[in-house]
Design a protein around this ligand. Sequence first.
Ligand code: FES
Ligand SMILES: [Fe+2]
Length: 319
Amino acid sequence: MSKYRFSFPPYPLGWYQVGYSDELLPKQVVPLEYFGRHMVMFRTESGKVSVLDAYCPHLGAHLGYGGTVEGEDVRCPFHAWKFNCEGMCTSVPYGSEKISPKARIDTWHVVEINGLIMVWWHPEGEAPMFEVPLLEEYGHEDWTPYETRRWKVRTRNQEMAENAVDTAHFHYLHGTQNMPSATMSTEGPIMRAQSTTVMETPMGSVEGVVNVMALGFGFTLVRFTGLVDTILVNSVTAIDEEYCDVRFSFIVKKSGGRSITKGIGMAFVREIERQLEQDIPIWENKKHVKPPILSDGDGPIGKYRVWCRQFYTDPNAQP
Ligand code: FES
Ligand SMILES: [Fe+2]
């Protein structure tokens, strides 16, 4: 067995959340650290979000620490050079020479959708190969705003995403009454899995259907249909080779009065939190076994791992 915990690279390609829309106001500048890189994210005065590599090409200041937005540009705190959303230097406030075309910063593809700010990551810098789907229920009057939770977990995206198809662990680790039977299908970067589950709520046990739709490893929708419909947006973004930033954002369909929506919605949130906190010590300490020894009672783990391969440009690379 390999001495490494993982036999795949740390940063699979895809769309990954780096923030929430409502946490980035116009003129706000925020440093980011993902994929082992340093970046700066800002919102211009007109409301556009831009993500650039962090360092100023002049003398290397990090634009996320003291940088300011002026109109549609970000201004470096060190000597006040300005850069636009495309990373081009637009102004040097002293000196008389023409601005060098080399005075530019690499930019990231950004989308702002479903209340999330997401960037495209590709190990070789290729343009986006698929789009993030619109979650129509988000922002709809029949649904609550996001209830959010966040964790920093010492594992990799692929390991966490395997949770959905690992049916046996739901009973033995999470204590669910039965082992859900999952059906799984894939279509390009999308994986869908459906299972049934029984959840304990203040109103007693509720039988529900769980539909998972994963777009690569960065954006997963989990729809729980039962007494109250709930949707979980699950985002996992690699910080570096060791850690992932995990954000859970829940919306609940309003029905039967606010207290019922709140009661059952919160029971669902607590149940998912409880399960995640049981998963974390497993993920933080396990290693990726390849090939695994499976029993016929296991979920579609082999099929899941075949789907995973498309997100690596070199799936056999050692860390
Ligand atoms: S380091 Fe940014 S302007 Fe000098
Ligand atoms: Fe789990």
